[in-house]
Design a protein around this ligand. Sequence first.
Ligand code: FES
Length: 501
Amino acid sequence: MNSLWLCDDFKDNRFFGLDKDVFCDVCIIGAGIFGLTCGYYLSKLGFKVVVVDKYDVARKTTGHTTAKITSQHGLFYTYLVDTYGEQFAKDYLFANENAIENIKDIIDTEHINCDFEVQSSFVYSTDISDVEKIKMEVDCLNSIGFPANFVTKCGLPFEIAGGVQFKNQAQFNPIKYVNGLCNCIIKNDGNIYTNTTVYDVKNDDDLFSTFTVGGTIKSKYIILASHYPFINFPGMYFFKMYQSSSYVIGVDTKKTLFNGMYITSSVPTYSFRTAFYNGKKILLLGGCDHKTGTPVTFEDSYLNLENYAKQLYPNCEVLFRWDTRDCITLDKIPYIGLFSSTIDNFFVGTGFNKWGMTSSNVAANIVCDMILDKTNKFAYVFDSTRVNPIKNRTEIKNMISESVSSLALKKLKDSSVSFDSICFNSGGVIDVNGQKVGVYKDSSGNIFAVKPICTHLGCLLSWNDADKTWDCPCHGSRFDFMGRNLYDPAFKDLETFNLNF
Ligand code: FES
């Protein structure tokens, strides 16, 4: 089963690979929502734009999101005010509120039919002990001028202890939306090349050369809009971000569904929204987050969500099942702006912390203003070149929890299993003559063996039994059971072995 958004009814396969050298004003690496929004704005302003992607359009995070368009990013504003002050929190919030309006404007202006619906967004808890911090968040939001409400009733099919409501947020079908952006880019004389791997970028004589398997793209500006910045230096984003995995199921509940978009205020995280499929409203239930690279089973992920859906809707039918990866920054604020303070005209937008449908529009506006040499009053909040001292206990807690998680993963690095203990349709790392080998046995007992060393910076991979992939605990690259690269920052496949036992 695949993502609802990437089912045959919606996905766009019309583009082809680059097969020649080309010149343009702006080369955008990555055809997800951020890259395509930049392409839309810039091509409309008359820039010659080329968008290039290793896969088809929006096949990674954009095609696997829950697609909520909102400035409500969990119980976030108390943390922002405590850490960075009221003005900073206000600017973060209104940058995202503006983005909601911008997305609506694009949809209206370009007549994009993408199931856009204005909805309220809620962060809620069923636990009475969470109510105090929920009320604090509401007070904090009101004090910076945002009309958030404290609620004890909402549309969910169970009682809640309390929640924060943001009105006038939205949801949409992200693939229908980006298909509309692609149409505009083509209409504005831009080009989109898919299935084209970029393997290097160089800068000579005020021009960038982006080297791909099919040809070289020369441009004055570069926007790195890939899922994770796969160019390591001098940006060094691998020091500043990790990836988080989560899971979504699409369910026909056989019941009338609620309005609104919902997420829990604390762990375990569950996310609810509705979507349209075959003229019917279905439930999208998400959750079971974990740091990418932590071993996970089907029971921990999809089955957990399915059991929860059945508890709420006993006759429900699961129609879709998918997983997603998000880049998480240590201070929980995206990186938007220059890729590095040492290179002009090279921009990045990344680390959207699971809220990329909205933050990607914030990012596109900031980057486009930088290209146009215009001041953007929100740019300082997201400055990608920031080196902030740690400001408070919450931030220290964030950092420590990530380090502890890395230490736990270090231990896993030393654990190998025996070949015989690997069940059919499962995998693990074994020792063969002192060498680590990653083994997957398919359901018929065929063996696929890889060198389980990440091709990004060399971390030992771990087996993900829910999705049958090799995942990297360091920065979240993923490979399928045959060693083919699926997710950046790695872009090379794994070495494979022929095991003869
Ligand atoms: Fe960086 Fe694997 S993703 S070492």
